[in-house]
Design a protein around this ligand. Structure first.
Ligand SMILES: Cc1ncc(COP(=O)(O)O)c(C=O)c1O
Length: 314
């Protein structure tokens, strides 16, 4: 909806990262535009801002960064590039409700920032999301797009001068319903508390795993608050698949965030990508494991994960 509100569509290009969930790229493709991938930084997995300008063409209309795992991208540099080339920025902040970097929060420098309230997210009502913007024109466009392109709805109909609603543009059904909102709103007050609980868990993992030579812990950059959505570790020297197998055998469920988007069958076929195109994203995709990480995880489960990793790697 953000991309549509910015007038992006067929023939346009949007520069983005391959180290993300497919939803980032399908959002671009669903407008008719083409995702143009740029490789990522080795330490954070975020879009490598120093490579963006090489990927720009006269068709580029926007940059779509992802604040991966909850660590914000370098938004100040990204904004400078966008200004220099007259590009929009749409932030995928699905992982980054609580994050900050260099005094900037998601949505502050971008035209919009998009949040996910899917079941695994830091704030959740099962499914859903939100877009934020500081721009009143984008706000107006989004409000039309999210509900059938309809004007004069709901409360307007209760006013004295009843106006029949009109459909003024092509629209969708992406509004949040009251039932989901009722699940979501009471969680707002607990955001910081849950973040602190995840910080405790992250600190426990870090303390216990830091000395393992073939294991790298997630990076938190200076001047940043990491939203701590996921706790991805990297396993070096081709041992990742074995470790996944061993953890699964012990009933420890892990995920891989992410297999790079350009190597998923649909994207490699449609956009003609192959292994080697974005080596850093591929290196992360083949070495990362996200450990169990949520506020209510029992202490015993954290201990079991640590013991399983130590027994395999130490
Ligand atoms: C980085 C990222 N972007 C977008 C999405 C899509 O969010 P949703 O499932 O709410 O559409 C996800 C979902 O997991 C994600 O991890």
């Amino acid at each position: 909806m953000s991309l549509l509100a910015l007038g992006i569509g067929p023939g346009d290009e949007v520069v983005t990262t391959p180290m993300t969930f497919m939803g980032t790229s399908t959002a671009i493709m669903s407008t008719g535009a083409r995702p143009v991938f740029v490789d990522v930084e080795p330490h954070t997995g975020n879009l490598d801002v120093s490579q963006i300008e090489k990927a720009l063409t006269p068709k580029t209309k926007a940059i779509l960064p992802v604040h991966l795992y909850g660590q914000m991208c370098d938004m100040r540099s990204l904004k400078e590039i966008a200004n220099r080339h007259g590009l929009h920025i749409v932030e995928d902040a699905a992982h980054c409700i609580e994050g900050t970097r260099d005094g900037i929060r998601p949505g502050q420098l971008g035209d919009t920032a998009c949040f996910s309230f899917y079941a695994t997210k830091n704030l959740t009502c099962g499914e859903g999301g939100a877009v934020i913007t500081n721009d009143s024109e984008i706000n107006k466009a989004l409000r039309l797009l999210r509900l059938h392109g309809m004007k004069n709805i709901d409360s307007n109909q209760k006013q004295k001068n009843y106006k029949q609603s009109d459909m003024v543009i092509m629209g969708w059904k992406y509004n949040m319903d009251n039932i989901h909102a009722a699940m979501l709103l009471p969680q707002l007050d607990g955001i910081e508390h849950r973040w602190n609980t995840r910080l405790d868990i992250a600190n426990r993992y870090a303390k216990a795993l830091t000395s393992i030579p073939d294991l790298r812990l997630p990076v938190v950059l200076p001047n940043s608050k990491h939203a701590l959505h996921l706790y991805p570790i990297r396993i070096d020297r081709g041992q990742r698949e074995t470790i996944i197998g061993k953890l699964m055998e012990q009933g420890i469920s892990i995920t891989v965030n992410f297999r790079p988007v350009h190597l998923l069958s649909f994207f490699s076929r449609t956009l003609k990508h192959s292994p080697g195109d974005f080596p850093i994203a591929e290196e992360i995709g083949s070495s990362t494991i996200s450990l169990p990480f949520y506020p209510s995880i029992p202490d015993g489960d954290v201990n079991a994960v640590i013991a399983a990793l130590r027994s395999e790697l130490v």
